[in-house]
Design a protein around this ligand. Structure first.
Ligand code: C5P
Length: 330
């Protein structure tokens, strides 16, 4: 890094859905959800790097390139493109400030994006959404530094909604109830820290396909009703006891994930066989990652090692929740 290089750094959390209730399909292609998210300490970091403050652009994207450093397995496809949600998030903030200030040719320095990826790619933990949320926060600080303007929290939330259903929660963090597409959020009270092990069998599931599969399964099996009541889960969260929480974890999409990738069911059984360590294992979001709620930190660290050593073809890490939403880093 040269002495002239300036960096703005933000981070945002991955998530697990403690409850994921899927209701009807809507006209816009999304499903009505009743979900309780918990943000976890496994955080994505996004850096906006300005190498030369004098090299400016007056229109179009300020982003001249992007590089992802993977601390998880590298996906097959190149994700360092303008279609990446991080890149789109930065463009969205810049465009919104340009539109609002009405300044044609607002001069801003060119920037590179560097993403440190700690959350599985396409794993059901909203890693891409966390990148976007961190990108929104970093871009807001970049604008404040270089043109003295920034968007309000509400404006950032509106941009988050436009980027994806899970992006608002990655901005918000902690534990929250999501309704609508999962993006209308209300804080949920909770106590204590929960220890999780996330195990990704790397058998990619497209989120859209998982929702479609659930619709098909429900067509043939009326027992697969939507679970839209989170009252018991909310009460369990106040106890701070993983055993209580474990009883009320639920994911309607699990049936779809298991139908699409039967190995997931076997893995859940394998993980739950560690009865001294694990209170419950469920599919995280649309999968394929499995989230194992452990009795405490020691149990989670032991399970992480046990799974790494004994299960083929999986990626594993241990972390805790809840965690804060997207924020600037020193
Ligand atoms: O918002 P995001 O791009 O992450 O969603 C991916 C896909 O998942 C959507 O295109 C939609 O098919 C499905 N989805 C859904 N209902 C939701 C969230 C996502 O059907 N509430």
């Amino acid at each position: 890094m040269s002495s002239n290089t300036r960096e703005i750094v933000a981070s945002a959390p991955g998530k697990v859905n403690l409850h994921l209730g899927v209701g009807n399909a809507r006209a816009d292609g999304y499903h009505e959800l009743v979900t309780v998210f918990q943000a976890v300490e496994r955080r994505e970091r996004v850096r906006i790097v300005v190498e030369d403050e004098a090299a400016c652009v007056e229109s179009g994207s300020v982003v001249v390139g992007m590089q992802t450093h993977f601390h998880v397995d590298v996906p097959d496809e190149d994700i360092d493109t303008p279609r990446n949600l991080t890149w789109r998030a930065v463009d969205a903030v810049v465009d919104a400030v340009r539109a609002r200030s009405g300044v044609q040719g607002l001069s801003l320095p060119k920037a590179k994006l560097v993403v440190d990826k700690h959350v599985f790619v396409a794993g059901g933990m909203a890693g891409g959404s966390a990148d976007a949320a961190a990108g929104l926060v970093a871009a807001n600080a970049y604008l404040e530094r270089y043109c003295g303007e920034r968007l309000s929290e509400e404006d950032l939330y509106d941009l988050a909604v436009g980027l994806g259903a899970d992006v608002p929660f990655a901005l918000h963090g902690h534990t929250a109830l999501g309704t609508g597409r999962g993006d209308a959020l209300v804080e949920v009270l909770g106590r204590g820290t929960y220890w999780w092990v996330f195990c990704n069998p790397k058998i990619g599931i497209s989120t859209g396909k998982a929702f479609e599969t659930l619709d098909d399964l429900r067509h043939d099996n009326p027992a697969l009703v939507p679970h839209l009541d989170t009252a018991a889960l909310s009460q369990a969260l106040v106890t701070g006891d993983p055993r209580e929480l474990a009883k009320h974890l639920h994911n309607d999409l699990e049936a779809a994930a298991v139908a699409m990738r039967p190995r997931i069911a076997a893995l859940i059984t394998r993980i739950e066989s560690e009865t001294e360590l694990v209170a419950r294992a469920i599919v995280s979001g649309s999968g394929p990652t499995i989230a194992a709620l452990c009795f405490d930190e020691d149990a989670a660290r032991t399970l992480e090692t046990v799974l790494r050593d004994s299960v083929e073809g999986v990626e594993v890490f241990c972390t805790s929740g809840p965690s804060a939403g997207a924020q600037l880093e020193a």
